[in-house]
Design a protein around this ligand. Structure first.
Ligand SMILES: [Ca+2]
Ligand SMILES: [Ca+2]
Ligand SMILES: [Ca+2]
Length: 192
C-alpha cells in the first residue's frame, strides 16, 4: 500500500511526522517559498527555518548601511538577467554586474578621513573589490562594477551575494559574512 502524502511535497506523511519533523499538510512548512523536499535536497538550509530573500527578493536598487555610509546598488544583473534572485545549476558559469553609489552624510561620519574598501561577493565563493578610497563627509561617489565571472557552488544550497567592507589602505583578501542585512542578491543552487 502506498504511503499518503497529504500536501503533495514528495515526502510521505509518516516521514514528515516522525523523521523530518515538517508539516504533513504544508508543502512549505516554514513559508519561505522553498518546498520541504527542495530544502531537504539543499545543504545549509532547514525546512523548519525560513530563508530570507526568496519570497521577497532584494529590491533593485537596494541599500546597505555601514560605517555610517549608505551604499546603494542598482542595475544588478546575474547572468545578464535583471534579477536579484537566480536559480543556478551546480557549478554553473555565472556573471554579476552592478552599479554602486556610496553616500556619506555631512555630519556624524564614522572615521571621516579613512580609506575604505567595499567588496561584493559570496562567502567562500568569490569576492570583488569595488573601490578603495576616502568617503569624506558630504561625498557622493558612484561607480560601475566590471562584470565578474565565477562558478556557482557545487553544493546545492542558498547563497547570498553580500557587501563586505574593510578599513585598510588598499583592497585586501576578505571573506564575506553571512550578514543577510548586507545581501544584494540571492542565488539558489538547485539539487538533483
Ligand atoms: Ca508530504
Ligand atoms: Ca510538508
Ligand atoms: Ca520552506
Amino acid at each position: 500500500m502506498e504511503e499518503p502524502d497529504t500536501d503533495g511535497d514528495g515526502i510521505d506523511d509518516g516521514e514528515e511526522v516522525n523523521s523530518t519533523k515538517t508539516s504533513p499538510v504544508l508543502a512549505d512548512t516554514d513559508s519561505d517559498c522553498l518546498s520541504d523536499d527542495e530544502e531537504l535536497l539543499l545543504s545549509d538550509t532547514s525546512p523548519l527555518e525560513a530563508n530570507p530573500h526568496i519570497c521577497t527578493p532584494s529590491s533593485d536598487p537596494t541599500s546597505v548601511a555601514t560605517l555610517t555610509r549608505i551604499s546603494e546598488y542598482s542595475g544588478i544583473e546575474v547572468n545578464e538577467q535583471s534579477s536579484t534572485l537566480y536559480y543556478a545549476l551546480p557549478g554553473e558559469s555565472m556573471t554579476l554586474s552592478a552599479q554602486w553609489n556610496i553616500e556619506s552624510p555631512s555630519d556624524n561620519l564614522h572615521c571621516p578621513g579613512c580609506v575604505i574598501q567595499f567588496y561584493l561577493g559570496i562567502r567562500d565563493v568569490f569576492s570583488r573589490c569595488l573601490t578603495s578610497r576616502t568617503f569624506p563627509p558630504g561625498s557622493d561617489v558612484s561607480g560601475t562594477m566590471a562584470p565578474i565571472s565565477f562558478e556557482a557552488p557545487e553544493e546545492p544550497g542558498v547563497y547570498y551575494i553580500t557587501q563586505h567592507e574593510s578599513l585598510q589602505y588598499e583592497c585586501v583578501t576578505v571573506n564575506h559574512s553571512a550578514d543577510l542585512g548586507k545581501a544584494i542578491a540571492t542565488i539558489v543552487v538547485m539539487g538533483g
